[in-house]
Write a protein that binds this ligand. Structure first.
Ligand code: GAP
Length: 514
């Protein structure tokens, strides 16, 4: 059997056709970078959420959940640094009127230099065959070296400008590198200016008395400000974690690539509070465990990699991304950051209240250090569907579209199909549907031939199709078809739950995580 991965365009259209994801407000021609999850999308999203949240809070005995408000006191965002520094540098092309992130234009240019070096290396590898020493060639070939040096000089200049918040220098880099607008092809740029990514709104009825609030750009701050409440009410001892799934909002300048970068999205964040001095040990621990969590989904270990940050934010003493191979390349899926005591100390300073924990073991009071794991739920959804959707050519030469989702994430877990719409088969099938509905997400389908119904279920990723045929009335057994292998097995109706349960449970995945 041959399988071809779907293209990004196919993933987007499949998502809409089968009710996974619709463009937001489509009736009014859509709203930029806002999406709605359809009936199957919401089921899949809830399962991904459960796989994260329940593993965090059930399997780990020292992590509890929380659900904090989207609106927070405006000073929270002063303290966290978002009011002053949660900015993207933007630039407009005067001819195309298109807006870009200046940092993205420069990063793309760095990539271009590196691509040129890679092309030279690929050509040489072909020329020299098995004798080729890539590392040596990269170090010694003048043309390759020229491109690599250009990329690293540009990276250094860019890092300096970004750190100093020097917008004029960013513009100068764009001009010196002769970066052109991809739409108009011109280099007629405006100045670079800072653009804060937080959405603001008013609380209160009259404009004068109203105070400006922000829609939270991350869920983490709700955890920080509740750290002591949670530690006390749940009688937690350091180290402990607080996990939260919730909406976040960012006024992204370039929001594209479907649900990869949205203006309204969901985060799954966990802040792990530890003793000062022990944070790097826990950082390594969480890096490893989070990668294991990803691998437990079975999307292919090769599709993930770590990207350790060389340049750290001023509050972090270690940081890494888990990147996933999306259809448009390796990109950040999750961040793991050792954030020191920065956030808690900022909140102590701005609120005038102590956020200290009394450690009964050391008999000391201290402000805990924090290791954060932060993953975008929508990005995880995109990773799952893009790894799953494929076109398979079967042995008889026919093709099928299949969403090879991990079984425990499938939005419809079991479908019941009466072979035909008469002879009492629909009644038996309805009874089975009802019996299984308490334990599984089930559907009933009697329309079209069984073959077509199988194809429809393959396209939405249903792991098991149960067919009720004439023999069922005699032997009280049904045929269970497995989505991946397409093999069929006769199972007594009374044993269906026991047969399906272990195959559809999340627990096996959790047990792989050490
Ligand atoms: N509290 C840390 C924090 O918010 P971040 O790297 O800005 O860190 C964490 O965001 C994760 O949230 C990212 O790794 C990504 O998966 C997701 N994310 C961030 N911005 C997003 C957006 N505009 N659309 C969808 N997901 C986003």
């Amino acid at each position: 059997m041959n399988a071809n991965d779907a293209t990004f365009k196919e993933i987007i259209s499949h998502s809409k056709e089968y009710g996974f994801i619709y463009p937001g407000s489509e009736l009014y021609d859509g709203l930029g970078a806002v999406y709605d999850y359809g009936p199957l999308g919401v089921e899949l999203k809830n399962r991904i959420k459960a796989h994260w949240y329940e593993w965090m809070t059930r399997v780990n005995d020292n992590i509890v959940g929380i659900d904090t408000a989207i609106f927070m006191h405006p000073t929270v965002w002063k303290a966290s640094g978002h009011v002053d520094a949660f900015n993207d540098p933007l630039i407009d092309n005067k001819d195309s009127k298109k807006r870009y992130r200046a940092d993205v234009l420069i990063e793309d240019q760095i990539e271009k230099h590196l691509e040129k070096a890679n092309k030279e290396v690929t050509k040489a590898a072909k020329r020299f065959g098995s004798d080729f020493d890539e590392a040596l060639y990269r170090e010694t070939n003048p043309r390759v070296k020229k491109y690599i040096d250009k990329a690293s000089a540009l990276r250094q200049r860019f890092a300096g400008a970004a750190e100093a918040n020097n917008m004029a220098e960013l513009k100068q880099i764009i001009e010196d590198e002769k970066i052109a607008c991809p739409v108009s092809g011109s280099r007629n740029w405006t100045d670079v200016r800072q653009f804060n990514l937080m959405f603001s709104t008013q609380m209160g009825s009259v404009a004068e008395g109203a105070s400006e609030l922000y829609l939270r750009p991350e869920t983490a701050q709700g955890i920080f400000v509740n750290m002591l409440n949670v530690a006390k009410s749940s009688r937690l001892k350091v180290p402990f974690g607080i996990a939260q799934v919730g909406k976040a909002f960012r006024n992204e300048i370039i929001a594209r690539q479907f649900i990869f970068r949205m203006r309204e999205f969901e985060q799954m964040e966990m802040q792990f509070f530890v003793r000062p001095g022990e944070e790097l040990k826990w950082y390594e621990y969480w890096k490893e465990r989070r990668m294991q969590w990803h691998n437990s989904l079975g999307l292919g270990d090769d599709n993930y990699r770590f990207h350790d940050h060389d340049k750290l934010a001023h509050y972090a003493n270690a940081a890494a991304d888990i990147e996933y191979r999306f259809p448009f390349g390796f990109k950040e899926l999750e961040g793991i950051h050792s954030r020191t005591d920065f956030d808690l100390v900022q909140h102590e300073t701005f609120s005038g209240r102590k956020l200290q924990y009394f450690d009964p073991e050391t008999q000391e009071k201290y402000t805990p250090y924090v290791v954060e794991t932060s993953i975008g739920l929508d990005r995880m959804f995109l990773a799952v569907i893009s790894s799953a959707l494929r076109e398979e050519t079967l042995e008889d030469g026919s093709t099928r579209t299949v969403m090879a989702l991990p079984y425990f994430l499938a939005p419809v877990q079991v479908v019941i199909l009466p072979l035909i719409k008469k002879d009492g088969l629909p009644e038996i099938a309805s009874d089975i549907r009802q019996q299984l509905a308490y334990d599984f997400a089930v559907q009933y389908d009697e329309k079209d031939s069984v073959g077509r119904r199988y194809r429809r279920q393959d396209a939405i990723g249903t792991p098991f199709c149960i067919t009720v045929d004439h023999q069922t009335a005699e032997d009280d057994a049904v045929t269970v078809r497995d989505r991946n292998s397409m093999t069929q097995q006769r199972v007594p109706i009374g044993q269906l739950t026991a047969y399906l349960q272990p195959k559809l449970s999340m627990v096996d995945a959790w047990k792989q995580i050490k």
